[in-house]
Ligand binder design. Structure first.
Ligand SMILES: Nc1ncnc2c1ncn2[C@@H]1O[C@H](COP(=O)(O)OP(=O)(O)OP(=O)(O)O)[C@@H](O)[C@H]1O
Length: 334
């Protein structure tokens, strides 16, 4: 049944991206000046999970690499590399300038100076999950370095902007912003059709069944592809030649749980502490949650940072917030 399992993985970047023409055109136009040796435009892509922000960026970077010989690019996942040192390290790694840098002993200032003195070919730095940066100073460091262009990716523009100091906020006011909306069901169906074509044997799944998957995925292409993959696996484990509706219905909660599990694994140490407290305690007030977190964390962050962490976890459907301001409570999502 499965002819190419790779195509059904979420990491796979397809050759053709459907239903994102406007987003691709805007991003391409923002970065195009770099191909003529001129500065590009800093760009912010924002929208909920699974709407194609990362894959459209990778697609444009691949295109630029095909057309420009002298170009450096680096993709940084700021959820994983969230400290200033880690982010700067990744950026310097993209231009082979980390050989003498030691993770334990080199001061962050040295990395910052090195980045500032960059004078190589145009360099595009993609900061995915930029709202997870421990400090936004690193954005300022990149912004003031000539020849480096930033593509920022975040779930919500406000999550990122509310953390910038006034100096950076005013400078980034005029950047190009691209808002990604959740896919409509028909759009999810065509994304799936492509995967079916390249990854499954013919006549394995009907269009009605792809629509069933699309409705269940609520505009999130990652969920949709996950459901298709699991349903195909379930059917092939039973030596069936086609996917039935029952396999799809079984695959929906399984795929969602798998994605949730992966998101839990992505949590930073501080977020993991918060998630563990919520799992143990159930519904808890913001005040009590912060107290418990402060007791458990080695180096507890501020209450404000805790709110950012929780917000990110809300975007990824791990945490639910109820009520407002002082009466706010948190819970894990079921
Ligand atoms: N327009 C599209 N055409 C084909 N495949 C797509 C399209 N949009 C998204 N996908 C696929 O859906 C999956 C999720 O997309 P992607 O990682 O780009 O989403 P995202 O918006 O960056 O999500 P997150 O915020 O969680 O990182 C990937 O496997 C990607 O290849």
């Amino acid at each position: 049944m499965i002819t190419d399992a790779r195509v059904l993985q979420t990491e796979f970047v397809p050759k053709d991206l459907v239903h994102r023409d406007n987003e691709l055109t805007t991003l391409s136009a923002a970065l195009k000046p770099l191909t003529n040796g001129e500065p590009g435009e800093t760009t912010l892509l924002h929208g909920p999970p699974g709407v194609g922000k990362t894959c459209t960026t990778q697609y444009i970077l691949n295109q630029l690499h095909e057309n420009v010989i002298d170009l450096n690019t680096q993709y940084v996942n700021c959820w994983k590399d969230h400290t200033q040192f880690q982010t700067l390290y990744r950026i310097l790694e993209g231009i082979d300038q980390t050989l003498d840098i030691h993770r334990q002993s080199t001061p962050t200032d040295k990395l910052r100076d090195r980045l500032h003195n960059y004078d190589g070919p145009p360099y595009i730095v993609v900061l995915d999950e930029a709202d997870q940066l421990e400090t936004t100073d690193v954005l300022y460091n990149i912004y003031r370095t000539p020849n480096i262009e930033m593509v920022l990716i975040a779930n919500q523009e406000a999550d990122l902007f509310s953390r910038l100091d006034t100096r950076l906020k005013s400078r980034l006011q005029t950047i190009t912003r691209i808002h990604y909306k959740p896919y409509r069901s028909g759009e999810i169906v065509s994304i799936l059709e492509d995967r079916v074509h390249w990854g499954l044997e013919p006549d394995t799944v009907t269009r009605d069944q792809l629509e069933r998957i699309a409705v269940a995925s609520k505009g999130d292409s990652r969920v949709a592809i996950g459901v298709l993959r699991r349903a195909a696996r379930l059917a092939s484990q039973d030596n069936e030649r086609a996917i039935s509706d029952e396999y799809i219905d079984e695959a929906v909660p399984e795929a969602k749980t798998e994605i949730k599990q992966k998101n839990v694994e992505k949590l930073t140490e501080d977020q993991r502490i918060l998630y563990d407290i919520l799992t143990e305690e159930g519904e808890i007030s913001a005040g009590r949650l912060y107290e418990s977190y402060r007791d458990r964390a080695d180096e507890p962050k501020t209450r404000r940072m805790m709110r950012y962490y929780l917000k990110k976890m809300q975007h990824y459907n791990l945490v639910v917030a109820n009520g407002e301001n002082r009466g706010r409570t948190y819970n894990t999502s079921s």
